[in-house]
Each structure stands twice: as C-alpha cells, then as structure tokens.
Design a protein around this ligand. Structure first.
Ligand SMILES: C[S@@+](CC[C@H](N)C(=O)[O-])C[C@H]1O[C@@H](n2cnc3c(N)ncnc32)[C@H](O)[C@@H]1O
Length: 214
C-alpha cells in the first residue's frame, strides 16, 4: 500500500485500495444528456466513464483525484476507449481548479471520509454546482467520534473510516455549506470496525441559492 500525507492525515492513495465501494452514487445520480458532471476522488475513472456515456457527446465529465497514478490510469483508459467528453484533473478536493457554477451534478464514492478539511470540500461542492444542480455522494460515517488511535492506522485508512465523522456532524457540515433538504437515498446498518461501528450511506441535495444563507 502506498500512502502520502495530505494536510496532516495519511490518505490512502493506492491502486489496491482505490475501489472500495461505499454505495451507489453513480448508479443513483441519474445523469442526463448534456449535463456537466464532476466525480470527486475519481480513482481509476470507472464512474466518470459511466457518466460520460449517460451525458453523451453534448455533456462533459471531470474526474478529480490527488493521486498522479490514478489520473494517469483513468486518462489512459478513457483514451483507449475513445471517450472524448472527459477530463481527469490532478488536484486536491479542497481546491478544485474549475470555475464557479460549472456543474449540474457532482458525485463521489467513498472519498470524502479521507479529507481532513471537510467544510472546505463542501464549500467547493457548493461553489461548483450551478443553481439547481445536485450532488449524489456515497460515503462512510461513524457511530461515534473515531478514536485518535485510528487517525493514521493504515487499515482504518484503507477501509475508508479513519477520517469519518458522525452522521450528525456530516449533515451539519453540508447544511453549513448552504444545502438544505438533504435526502438519504440508501443507508447500511452499522457494522463493526476497530473499536467502533460505522455505516455507509448515499445522500443527495439540490443547490438552491435563493433559499441559502438567510
Ligand atoms: C476509496 S478511493 C475511491 C475511488 C473511486 N471513487 C471509486 O469508487 O472507485 C478514494 C480516491 O480518492 C482519492 N483521494 C483521497 N483524498 C483525496 C483528496 N484530498 N483530494 C482528491 N482526491 C483524493 C484517492 O486518490 C482515491 O483515488
């Protein structure tokens, strides 16, 4: 397993561990023809390629990942398949080099738990969505605050729960970013990890800038 340090926390950035699934963000996102989509933590590009087919030639899909090798693999796969309406961008999710209000849809699968500055990423999601754009995100939350001993535990990081937060904290971060009416599309029962229990869920909300922020 290869790890690099991002903002003080070890994030798993390995080939072997890039494709753990938390839920069905891509399957539940219902991308439509001509939409612009972004996949946060695009890994090998599987979800980006799926969305590219759904949005068609008139649409476009960006995959964002902080690991060079993932970007290279995904770009190579897209080129081999002759898919032209995609671009994979090497970037940290806290600072995405795309302009404001570019996207109709933002998805992510099993990635946001890795990010230490979660409010920063949710601010980016809000910034990048067009008004009435939506996110569909699958992730893991913890039943209680994750004990500090797991913060840099390679297994906990690889299993995508070392950096997870509780459901209450997760939903508060999203609301603070400006979203309301967050829907839970699917949710697992809690399952044991280390000394705690975690759950996975897929959530969605629409950006409504006219109801945001008083
Ligand atoms: C568990 S994998 C999920 C990959 C993909 N979404 C999937 O479902 O197969 C997490 C991915 O997020 C990327 N990642 C982790 N932290 C990141 C960050 N701060 N910024 C951008 N990408 C990040 C990793 O490089 C990895 O490819």
């Amino acid at each position: 397993m290869k790890t690099i340090e991002i903002a003080g926390r070890y994030s798993v950035l390995a080939n072997d561990t890039c494709c753990l699934s938390c839920g069905g963000a891509a399957q539940k996102s219902e991308a439509k023809p001509n939409e612009v989509c972004i996949d946060l933590g695009s890994g090998r590009g599987t979800d980006v390629l799926r969305l590219a087919e759904e949005v068609g030639e008139g649409g476009f899909v960006y995959g964002i990942d902080v690991t060079e090798e993932m970007i290279r693999k995904a770009t190579t796969t897209a080129a081999k398949m002759g898919v032209e309406n995609v671009k994979f961008i090497l970037a940290d999710l806290e600072q995405i080099p795309l302009h404001d209000e570019i996207a109709n849809l933002i998805i992510s699968n099993c990635t946001l738990n890795h990010v230490s500055n979660k409010p920063g990423v949710w601010a980016e999601i809000y910034r990048l969505l067009k008004n009435e754009g939506r996110f569909v995100i699958s992730d893991i939350y913890s039943g209680e605050p994750v004990p500090e001993e797991y913060a840099n535990d390679p297994v906990a990081v690889a299993e995508c729960w070392a950096g997870s937060v509780t459901k209450v904290e997760y939903l508060k971060i999203i609301k603070d970013a400006g979203f309301s009416e967050i829907k839970i599309l699917e949710e697992s029962l809690p399952y044991p990890k280390g000394k705690i229990e975690v759950s996975s869920f897929t959530i969605s909300a629409v950006k409504d800038e006219y109801s945001c922020c008083g």
